[in-house]
Design a protein around this ligand. Structure first.
Ligand code: SF4
Length: 367
């Protein structure tokens, strides 16, 4: 995921997302301050014999805590639904495919895996194992940061973490000819296919009934595209299922950012591959925004770590995502024509300048 291509709060935050005049809500208003481990009851994992979350756990999301009075309406509505669910004694609404007991969950990073692991473990499955296979991530330094964080989190909550290969040469080979495709285009389909195929292979070799992916939790991703790859990969093996579900609900989003803030996860600033890094930096340059920083204590823009669930979630709101892709596609149409690319990028430079001159604030995209 690339939640942090922009940090709305750090430059000009569109009022539709957050009123900058108000103090940021603190976690005490929204959260229980209990680590995810607290939500789980212990049960030995069949793979590692460690305690792991189980179906008997009470999934609590935000535990119905009151939101700040100026919280965005989506969060208020989600919080209300969470309370209703809890009042009915429901742990989760996620239903695994029929007969599925062991799930191999492909994970792209810790922030995307937190809420999904909880939701799955609160369902009727017996075991969830996290599988890290992401040869797309570039450079290796960023790969190591994302992997190590995901591994640490799994160890903390007692979920088995499988560290697969970093066969980036194969990834580049497979992406040849698609280097200038836009995000959500052909290259991304191949990228998802490659990762899900490896996940499916490991699953059948190790007796799992189903596969799933954390890519499905992010609004930056095209859910249909992600699920398409999952279904195709599972269909290669008789009896293997792909667990499709709406992992992008507001409730899931709220929980996802609660965990991320609790754990102070690293904020990524781009999707992952060198092409998305290049395109995001091009865009930032056109908008006069500092370059993406790989690792270190400071991000290119905004905060380095997740700290505030509502503000962090706003960065992934549907409006922000839609605007990003509408503009990204305009640039991508230039393909590898460098001159045309520069011309298109300059359009945004001029647009921002004119907006500043006219005193208009249409919401700055902080890529
Ligand atoms: S932008 Fe790159 S890393 Fe992200 S899904 Fe597409 S190909 Fe994979």
């Amino acid at each position: 995921m690339h939640l942090f291509r922009r940090t709305l709060s750090s430059i000009r935050l569109p009022t539709r997302f957050w009123k900058s005049a108000h103090p940021r809500p603190t976690l005490t208003l929204l959260l229980s301050h209990r680590s995810p481990r607290h939500y789980f009851s212990s049960k030995a994992c069949t793979g590692c014999n460690k305690a792991m979350p189980t179906q008997s756990s009470k999934l609590s999301y935000s535990e119905g805590g009151q939101l700040p009075s100026d919280a965005p309406s989506w969060a208020v509505a989600a919080s209300e639904r969470i309370r209703e669910k809890m009042a009915k004694g429901l742990g989760t609404t996620a239903v695994p495919p029929e007969g599925v007991k062991r799930v191999l969950l492909h994970s792209c990073c810790a922030p995307c895996s937190g809420a999904m692991v909880e939701e799955m473990c609160a369902s009727k499955v017996d075991e969830v194992v996290v599988f890290f296979y992401n040869p797309n991530i570039h450079p290796k330094k960023e790969y190591d940061i994302r992997k190590e964080e995901n591994k640490r989190y799994c160890e903390k909550i007692g979920v088995t973490f499988i560290d697969c290969d970093y066969d980036s040469d194969n990834w580049y080979e497979r992406m040849k000819g698609m280097e200038f495709d836009p995000e959500r285009g052909r290259r991304c389909t191949e990228c998802f296919d490659m990762r899900m195929e490896r996940t499916a292979l490991y699953a059948v070799e190790n007796g799992f009934d189903a596969i799933a992916t954390t890519n499905a939790t992010s609004r930056w991703k095209d859910e249909k595209q992600v699920n398409g790859s999952g279904f195709r990969a599972a269909a290669r093996y008789e009896g293997l299922k792909y667990w499709a579900y709406d992992w992008q609900t507001d409730e899931m989003t709220l929980r996802k950012y609660e965990i991320s803030a609790n754990e102070r996860f690293y904020k990524q600033e781009y999707c992952g591959c060198s092409y998305s890094l290049r395109d995001s930096n091009d865009w930032r340059k056109a908008n006069g925004i500092p370059k993406i920083q790989i690792g270190g204590e400071s991000a290119g823009l905004g905060e380095r770590y997740f700290t505030d669930p509502l503000v962090d979630a706003a960065e992934e709101s549907q409006d922000v995502v839609d605007e990003f892709f509408a503009q990204a596609n305009e640039i991508a149409e230039a393909g590898r024509d460098v001159k045309e690319r520069k011309k298109r990028l300059s359009v945004y430079k001029d647009r921002r300048k004119n907006e500043a001159h006219d005193g208009i604030n249409n919401g700055l995209n902080n890529w």
